[in-house]
Write a protein that binds this ligand. Structure first.
Ligand SMILES: [Zn+2]
Ligand SMILES: [Zn+2]
Length: 242
C-alpha cells in the first residue's frame, strides 16, 4: 500500500461502507445474482474482497482514471465471480442466510519425495516450498467448489497424477509468490490473469479431470495425444550444415 493512510481500516469496513453501496443488486429474491451476508465465512470472498480493497486504496488516488481502471479491470470481475450462482455463495442466500455446504477441494497427498527435493532452497521471501504445499494450504481453501456430486465442475484429489494439472498449478504457485509481493494490485491481478483462467481449465468437465471425480477418485483414462513421426526431411535442422 502507498505511504498515504488507507481510507478504510480493513476489508470489512471497505465491504460495508463502499462495496455494499456501489454494487447494489437484487439479491433477496430467487435470482441469478447471489450474495451471502456472512461473506467473511467464505475464504474465497475474503481473499477477493481483500485484494479489491488493496487495489482500490492505490488506484482511486490516480485521478487520471484510476477508479475507472479499478472498476473495469478489477472490481467487475471479482464481483461477477462472487454474485455467480455457481460461485462461492452457491448455497447461501440473503433470505436463508449462510449455508456451510462446501468445503475445501478434496486432496490426496502425493507419495513423499515426488515434489520435494531436500536440496531445494526456497527462493528468498517465498511462502511455500513446493506446489503441493501451495495447493494443500492455500489453493484448495480458496477455490472451494461443489465437486463431489454430479456437477459441471470436476476435480481430481490426485491432481498430481495429471501432467497438465502439475504444469498449471506449479506455474500458478510461482505466479502467486511473485504477485503477492505487490501489495496493492498484485493479488487481484493474480486471481484474474492467472488463477481464474487456470482453474476454469482444470474444473472443465472436458478438461484433464474428465474421467476423475472427488468421490470415485482418479481414473487414468487419458494418455498423450497420439503422434505419428513426420517423414524424414520434413523439418530442416538448423544445425545441419547441408
Ligand atoms: Zn455464506
Ligand atoms: Zn485424476
Amino acid at each position: 500500500m502507498s505511504d498515504e493512510q488507507p481510507k478504510f481500516a480493513n476489508v470489512a469496513a471497505f465491504v460495508e461502507d463502499y462495496i455494499g453501496n456501489v454494487y447494489q443488486r437484487q439479491v433477496t429474491d430467487l435470482s441469478d445474482t447471489v450474495w451471502c451476508q456472512e461473506w467473511w465465512r467464505h475464504v474465497e470472498a475474503v481473499a477477493r474482497l481483500d485484494a479489491l480493497w488493496r487495489a482500490w486504496e492505490q488506484l482511486h488516488r490516480d485521478e487520471r482514471g484510476g477508479l475507472s481502471h479499478w472498476l473495469l479491470e478489477h472490481a467487475d470481475h471479482h464481483m461477477k465471480r462472487l454474485f455467480d450462482p455457481r460461485g462461492p455463495f452457491k448455497y447461501c442466500s440473503v433470505r436463508n442466510g449462510h449455508m456451510d455446504m462446501i468445503g475445501p477441494l478434496p486432496l490426496k497427498s502425493p507419495p513423499g519425495g515426488l515434489f520435494v527435493d531436500e536440496d531445494d532452497e526456497r527462493p528468498e521471501g517465498w511462502i511455500y516450498r513446493t506446489v503441493v504445499e501451495f495447493v494443500e494450504n492455500y489453493l484448495s481453501m480458496i477455490y472451494q467448489r461443489q465437486v463431489t456430486d454430479l456437477s459441471d465442475t470436476v476435480w481430481c484429489p490426485e491432481w498430481w497424477r495429471h501432467q497438465e494439472a502439475v504444469v498449471r498449478l506449479d506455474a500458478l504457485w510461482r505466479a502467486w509468490e511473485y504477485h503477492r509481493q505487490n501489495p496493492s494490485t498484485g493479488l487481484s491481478m493474480w486471481f484474474l490473469k492467472h488463477a481464474d483462467p487456470h482453474m476454469a481449465q482444470l474444473f472443465d468437465p472436458k478438461g484433464p479431470f474428465k474421467y476423475c471425480n472427488a468421490r470415485g477418485g482418479h481414473q487414468s483414462n487419458l494418455s498423450p495425444l497420439p503422434i505419428t513421426l513426420p517423414v524424414q526431411g520434413l523439418f530442416t535442422d538448423p544445425e545441419d550444415p547441408r
